[in-house]
Write a protein that binds this ligand. Structure first.
Ligand SMILES: [Mn+2]
Length: 545
């Protein structure tokens, strides 16, 4: 049974979603549960930086909450080779209590299914069909079926499928019957054997432990006739020898298979369109790994999920309604994910889900290791923008303090700058790309303007690109005939923004900046938000024009 708990954050994962999943899955494992951290999409640069810094692999990518065949208990498949005998197939069925055998070719690829009804159908076949089937039997399969030994072999053995028990003596047989290319069963009598050789039978089967003499063997060999000796008695030999053709002669070749990554529900829907007892389940390479029947699709355990850092249906993994949610840990509004059973629901007004997860570690009496502490600390610094966001609480600050100690981070501020700056690269992009990364257009009255914003972590980087950037901004302003084009380079730690701007209304920005470098650039330590600070300022200035 699959007891794994999948811990997963929201779509478009941020650092909190990833770190929460990793640290809570770790906590679950420490309390004896099976848990895997998951993610719904690619990681951003900041999160990659955190995982590398604290030695973590990418969480498992998971985009659908439904159980696939590989997630549920299936029957062990019973597989036999295509050239095994029908007799052997009956034995396997009896032994395994499995009434559907999957038939593989020499390379291990599935070529058919052999069921009790396939085998039974042959038993009530008209004789002609049975003869046709027997004509396909190989000498070694015949010998194996009747527990015998081939004492005179024949290359490219072929018989016509007729089987006779020889009871008459000498000339009686010779005069009244023709056995060319037939299989004949007898227990003794060298004279009878010689008559059979003279009649050019295909194979002589000698029963009851009797032996062919050296002379007979030699005569048969020269005539191209096979001899099998078996300890079985004649009647039994005759009864089972007709099961010595191979299963590929009677198996069903037109089969329905499923892949183990197909969702159980989809499989159930497809099964409703056919009437097979047991279907083969194949892996990616096409090899049989299990057998699925209707029973499995009706009685299976849905996948278990813990949702972290969200509870809104449009944020959560697809098809969560087909999974089993065991817990939600979040610091957002209560979303719309519902359950039909009680769960552990932990929602708090704090700056970050990892602040709550650290509490859960404390409640469990478990001290997170260095790396887990580092992940939680990083997530809190990321979600609260180094404690600058309005959602930041004292609990967030105290938690970071404790975690930094465990993680061995002496200078949290320096670490935060490095981490928050990991997603910002100014030197890898062209001035045009940087300007248009996050550029928003506005119109107030008759004025058309645009404001772009990006973060920086090191001022030297901005200084380095500034000349080329200014030149390009001026060019784009002119091309687009804007009244004002503004770019904000905002410090990742929220310690102000560097401004570059151009256009007829440049003076509007110049007038409000704390520090002016020249007519088209400056710095303001108070402005970090385009929406909440800069826009209201510009609106007001334009309103007064
Ligand atoms: Mn969060």
């Amino acid at each position: 049974m699959n007891n794994t708990i999948y811990v997963i954050g929201h779509k478009h994962p941020d650092s909190d979603s990833i770190c929460s999943a990793l640290t809570y899955a770790n906590l679950l494992r420490q309390t004896g549960k099976e848990a895997i951290a998951c993610r719904q999409g690619p990681l951003n640069e900041e999160t990659k930086f955190i995982l590398k810094r604290f030695h973590q692999e990418n969480p498992l990518l998971l985009t659908d909450a439904r159980a696939a065949l590989s997630d549920i208990d299936l029957d062990q498949p019973t597989v036999i080779r295509h050239d095994e005998t029908v007799h052997h197939a009956w034995h396997v069925m009896l032994h395994t209590q499995n009434r559907s055998l999957f038939v593989n070719d020499d390379d291990g690829n599935l070529v058919g299914i052999c069921t009790t009804s396939d085998l039974s159908r042959v038993r009530i076949h008209p004789t002609a069909d049975l003869q046709q089937l027997m004509s396909t039997a190989s000498l070694s399969n015949i010998a194996r079926t009747i527990g015998g030994t081939v004492v005179v072999d024949k290359e490219n053995f072929h018989c016509n499928g007729h089987v006779h028990i020889i009871t008459l003596e000498g000339n009686e047989v010779a005069q009244n019957y023709k056995f060319r290319d037939d299989i004949v069963i007898l227990s003794s009598g060298e004279a009878k054997m010689q008559i059979m050789i003279d009649m050019h039978v295909a194979c002589i089967v000698i029963t009851c432990g009797q032996k062919a003499s050296d002379q007979i063997r030699e005569n048969a060999r020269q005539a191209g006739i096979a001899i099998i000796e078996t300890p079985m008695e004649t009647m039994h030999t005759a009864r089972i020898i007709t099961e010595s053709y191979s299963v590929e002669q009677v198996m069903t070749k037109d089969i329905i298979t499923f892949r183990n990554d197909e969702y159980v529900e989809d499989v159930a829907a497809k099964m409703n369109k056919s009437r097979v007892r047991s279907y083969p389940v194949l892996d990616k390479a096409g090899h049989v790994v299990g057998a699925v029947s209707r029973y499995h699709t009706r009685n299976y355990n849905h996948k278990k999920f813990v949702l972290v850092d969200h509870s809104a249906p449009n944020q959560t993994i697809n098809h969560i309604e087909n999974a089993y949610v065991t817990a939600i840990i979040d610091h957002h509004h209560i979303g719309g994910v519902t359950t039909d059973h009680p769960i552990m629901y932990r929602n708090m007004q704090v700056g970050c889900t990892c602040t709550i997860i650290n509490l859960l570690y404390e409640e469990a009496g478990i001290v997170p290791d260095k790396d887990m502490a580092g992940l939680m600390m990083s997530a809190i610094l990321s979600d609260t923008l180094n404690f600058k966001s309005a959602t930041t609480t004292d609990l967030d600050r105290n938690t970071v303090k404790k975690l930094a100690e465990i993680a061995g981070i002496d200078d949290v501020n320096a670490y935060a700058r490095e981490m928050l700056g990991a997603s910002v690269s100014l030197t890898d992009a062209s001035p045009h790309e940087i300007l248009n990364r996050d550029l928003k257009s506005y119109q107030i009255g008759k004025y058309r303007f645009a404001i772009g914003q990006t973060n920086y972590s090191r001022m030297e980087e901005v200084q380095k690109i500034l000349p080329a950037f200014k030149e390009n901004l001026q060019k784009e302003q002119a091309e687009n005939k804007l009244d004002l084009l503004v770019m904000l380079f905002t410090d990742v730690m929220g310690e102000g923004s560097l401004f570059v701007y151009d256009g007829p209304l440049s003076y509007v920005i110049s007038d409000l900046l704390e520090t002016k470098f020249d007519e088209h650039s400056g710095f303001d330590s108070r402005i970090i938000s385009r929406k909440q600070q800069l826009m209201p300022m510009i609106s007001e200035a334009l309103g007064n024009i």
